[in-house]
Design a protein around this ligand. Structure first.
Ligand code: ARG
Length: 473
């Protein structure tokens, strides 16, 4: 982004009245935020237009000045969008750059900053940003969730080993595993919706710290900016000091982002493992994999590895914000200017990451033969075999012990668990009957798991139907 440096031509900051000299060039470069808050321009203009409307509403400026200010702000935003307005670091931040540009267009601009401070202004801009950002992230999450549900539907009949400790544990449908991902991102969606709900409170009118002596109408401006509840009732902050000091939302947004990052990285890791030759359960499309500059045979799951890596930034941004806010005295301190880069980075990182995961998963194909071979391991049904004994009246602890002994015996004899001779099995526990090998039927194993939350085929199909309606309308 191009930034001007016109400090030398005696451009004075809006606060310059009590100063004899302007700030050092080094200080300007150090203290500017325009290099990262310029993207708030649309929100800042929106806030200023609402503020001007409120000032006219209470009779502090004329309708003519209000209209000149509002038209001027629209023109400034148009200039910004056209790249015609180059911000100047002598004006520090987005707020002062816009105000100066406006005042150049209309003298009425000089009336705009009555009864407000950059402290409540930036808090308001950021709340509008959060509402918008949460909506956009939620949209991306919904798109990803739709891809996941589609995959689950497509591969409903595939059974794979489920893992604990990264060791084969029990058989599950692949759909059940995919729908576990759906749960993770579904909770993220709820969290972002909640952050948006909490952002929906207007701090404007808090001034620098103690409001204003001017007869402002906080409800009017809150309504004008869309800070209203479901019934259209304006919502504004209850304490001017808290309103300018509070950075909870920044932390909550980054926290939702960090947790979503944890999910992105865990899902990516599942994909990376499944894609390895050792597992071989899935393949990814050429579009989201890359080759090696040296090894001609390689096709690496770089998209997923990068997602795992990018999640580190999301964790870091949360940590930065927590550390930034910790121990700060009330109310606004300039430290807080550092609150925006981590938030914007979380937003940008999330938006592209969610798209990339959706794209990668949309191109994922499942190798039924590899899954079938892995899930044929009879040890996956050792727990079901214990249940078989329990159903025949054996206490679970005894059943667990008996199956453990059979597993040991199979290992010793180097035969699959289900191929042990019946006589030997019966010797371990008299409750075994000839039908004991029926337990090793995978279809039976899944059919017995038809209670809520379990991987039974009917349960899964029902979940998929419900979720398809939710995400695909
Ligand atoms: N650029 C500043 C920030 O983001 C705006 C608020 C400045 N307030 C002040 N009192 N200097 O924090």
């Amino acid at each position: 982004m191009a930034i001007g440096f016109m400090a030398k031509e005696k451009k004075q900051a809006t606060w310059g009245g009590r100063f004899k000299k302007g700030p050092a060039e080094l200080m300007l470069r150090f203290s500017e935020s325009i290099s990262f808050d310029w993207r708030l321009a649309p929100y800042d203009v929106q806030v200023s237009k609402a503020h001007a409307a409120m000032l006219a509403h209470i009779g502090l400026i004329s309708a003519k000045d209000r209209d000149a200010i509002r038209a001027g702000l629209d023109a400034v935003l148009a200039d910004i969008r056209a790249g015609k307005l180059v911000p100047d670091i002598a004006c520090e931040d987005v707020h002062m750059n816009i105000e100066q540009a406006l005042t150049k267009k209309t003298p009425a601009g000089a009336r705009l900053h009555a009864a407000r401070s950059r402290n409540d202004q930036v808090a308001t801009d950021m709340r509008l940003f959060f509402k918008d950002a949460c909506g956009q992230v939620a949209g991306r999450l919904r798109a990803l969730l739709a891809v996941i549900v589609d995959l689950a539907e497509k591969y409903q009949d595939i059974v794979v080993p489920g893992y604990t400790h990264l060791q084969r544990a029990q058989p599950v449908s692949l759909a059940h595993h995919l729908l576990a991902w759906e749960q993770m991102f579904g909770r993220d969606l709820e969290r972002f919706e909640e952050v948006a709900r909490r952002a929906n409170v207007c701090p404007l009118g808090s001034g620098a710290i103690a409001g204003s002596t001017l007869p402002i109408d906080r409800a009017f401006v809150a309504k004008e900016l869309g800070f209203v509840d479901k019934k259209g009732k304006p919502q504004f902050t209850a304490n001017s000091m808290d309103a300018v000091a509070d950075r909870d939302l920044f932390i909550e947004f980054a926290s939702a982002g960090a947790l979503c990052g944890v999910h992105l990285s865990r899902v990516s890791e599942d994909g990376i493992l499944w894609n390895s030759a050792e597992f071989g359960y899935v393949r990814f499309s050429d579009a989201f994999t890359t080759g090696s500059s040296l090894m001609p045979q390689k096709k690496n799951p770089d998209a997923l590895e990068l997602l795992r890596g990018k999640s580190a930034r999301l964790q870091g941004n949360l940590q930065t914000l927590l550390t930034l806010a910790k121990g700060l005295p009330l109310t606004y301190n300039r430290d807080l200017q550092e609150d925006k880069p981590p938030v914007f980075d979380t937003f940008d990182t999330l938006m592209i990451s969610l798209d990339v995961l959706a794209g990668t998963l949309a191109g994922m194909t499942v190798r039924a033969d590899k899954c079938a071979a892995a899930v044929a391991d009879p040890l996956l049904l050792a727990t079901d075999l214990a249940d078989y004994l329990v159903a025949r009246g054996v206490p679970f602890r005894d059943a667990h012990h008996a199956i453990g002994a059979l597993v040991g015996m199979a290992e010793e004899k180097a035969v699959p668990l289900n191929e042990l001779p019946f006589a030997a099995v019966k010797k371990v526990n008299a409750a075994f009957a000839e039908d004991w090998t029926e337990v090793f039927d995978l279809k039976r194993a899944l059919k017995l798991r038809e209670r809520p939350g379990m991987p039974g085929p009917k349960q899964t199909a029902q979940q998929i139907r419900k979720l398809k309606k939710l995400y695909q309308g």
